[in-house]
Design a protein around this ligand. Structure first.
Ligand code: SF4
Length: 479
């Protein structure tokens, strides 16, 4: 018998090295005992696997599957994975295509469960703010079903790169200080600080987006299973919202039809029962402190325009004048945009216009404030607000004005010259179109180039108008 002792529950590097050696030596699966950490086993003799220099290749599909399955909370996962590897090496190279094979089926079910757990952690981590002499930290408690904390940590680093945060779980904790990621031992729910203002924000937000007329309890429970409720501040309101849904729906049916237009949108207090979801969202963004950009800017410049617009325009960030006025695209670039929109036959008032980053980033130079491009971390953190706006407005087409907007929209770097004017599918059936930012036209010094580029910009906006009207006629590409 051979015993393999792995460092921790999802020790992929340890498993891969041991499995490689064992497979190269031809070790049969039933002769191997897999243990984790200090785990004891009466029948294990702690004979380590033989080292091997032999190299061989395994299908990429196996590696992808094994990397996920190893995180499953199933004591048999290592044996299952090594068994599959052994069979692939011994004449069953196409094994993973056979979903009816019990071992393959089992591995796929485990991978599915792990992926779902990863997704739920991303959706249901709720930070609470703690301030003390050491500064401000954000702390969350989560109880994963599987060993996913380390694998999920890079997602939270990207998403909240400039914040200091900790995610506590019963087995492992992960801490980010805006520079370095650190893993720590497990914690208990009692280590979580008391509720803070974020809890109320979540409640207000959920009450605002809860549509009683669309209530489907089974679908809601599938998306937000009850086991997560205890850690979700917004879930406290769910029983009352469900109980009142019938009466509210009747009230909605009896009420006269409304046309939500910009002119009718107010910016109410967050607890105003009449507030629209958009107004509540805008209010919440006013106090956002998720990255350092708020500190020197005058105010959050949120999007504005038609709620339910077919086209949403996304710029980079507010400029000097926008920062002072609190409205997007009202400075020099906004004037170029207005001209181009008119030339393309688009009414600004029929669109929704926003920015990828909601605070003005600048460098003071004398009495002037010089625009600074937001970095990837700032774009990523602020994407939270853009995502919420897109969810509320549900535009058929989102036009990214420039590379920053493209990055925020697609979650990857965008090369304007390569991707402009192409229709890009977004998750959920919406589409995106990339073009330049109007400030690019202002920066061109050559008059001929300026005319040419302006004409190209108007062409892109015309395409957007046609697309939003017909949904046809453009070249598609993958996100
Ligand atoms: S730039 Fe965005 S994420 Fe940063 S503080 Fe402003 S609203 Fe929040």
């Amino acid at each position: 018998m051979t015993t393999v002792r792995l460092g921790f529950a999802a020790d992929w590097a340890g498993f891969r090295a041991a499995a490689r050696n064992l497979a190269a030596a031809g070790a049969r699966p039933e002769t191997i005992t897999w243990l984790v950490g200090e785990e004891a086993n009466l029948f294990a003799d702690d004979t380590p696997p033989p080292p091997s220099e032999a190299s061989f290749t395994v299908p990429r599909r196996y590696v992808d599957l094994a990397e996920t399955v190893i995180m499953a909370r199933d004591p048999e996962r290592f044996a299952l994975l090594y068994g599959l590897l052994y069979r692939i090496r011994h004449g069953e190279s196409g094994l993973l295509q056979d979903a009816a094979d019990p071992a393959v089926h089992r591995a796929m079910m485990l991978a599915h469960a792990v992926r779902r757990d990863i997704h739920k952690m991303r959706a249901f981590v709720r930070f609470r703010e703690v301030s003390d002499d050491g500064g401000t930290r954000h702390v969350a408690w989560f109880e994963p079903d599987h060993h996913i904390v380390e694998a999920n940590a890079p997602f939270f680093v990207r998403r909240f790169a400039t914040l200091a945060w900790s995610i506590l779980t019963p087995e492992r904790s992960v801490h980010w200080d805006a520079e370095r990621l650190r893993l720590g031992p497990g914690a208990s729910r009692a280590d979580l600080p008391e509720d803070d203002r974020f809890a109320e924000c979540w409640q207000v937000y959920y009450r605002a987006i809860f549509n009683p007329a669309r209530l489907k309890i089974s679908a809601m429970l599938s998306e937000m299973p009850r086991k997560y409720w205890k850690n979700l501040p917004e879930a406290r309101d769910i029983p009352a919202l469900i109980a009142a849904a019938g009466a509210r729906t009747e009230g909605m049916l009896a009420a006269p039809a409304t046309t939500p237009r910009l002119a009718r949108i107010r910016a109410p207090a967050a607890d105003d029962a009449q507030a629209t979801p958009w107004a509540i969202l805008k209010n919440q963004a006013q106090v956002c402190r998720n990255c350092p950009l708020w500190e020197h800017a005058t105010q959050t410049v949120f999007g504005e325009g038609e709620i339910g617009a077919a086209i949403m325009l996304v710029g980079e960030q507010p400029g000097d004048q926008e920062d002072l006025a609190g409205r997007p695209f009202i400075g020099p670039a906004g004037q170029v945009l207005d001209h181009a929109l008119r030339a393309a036959g688009l009414e600004r008032s029929a669109l929704y216009i926003t920015n990828a980053v909601k605070h003005f980033k600048f460098e003071p130079r004398g009495r002037r404030r010089i625009h600074q491009k937001p970095n990837d971390a700032e774009i990523e953190v602020c994407r939270f607000w853009l995502d919420q706006e897109r969810e509320l407005i549900e535009p058929r087409l989102t036009v990214a004005l420039g590379a920053t907007a493209g990055r925020a929209l697609l979650g990857r770097a965008v090369t304007i010259s390569r991707e402009r004017g192409r229709l890009i599918d977004l998750p959920g059936g919406a589409r995106a179109l990339i073009t330049v930012h109007p400030s690019y036209l202002l920066r061109l010094s050559d008059a001929a180039a300026k005319r040419r580029e302006y004409a190209a910009f108007v062409r892109d906006l015309r395409l957007a108008a046609e697309m939003a009207a017909t949904g046809m006629g453009l070249q598609h590409s993958e996100p």
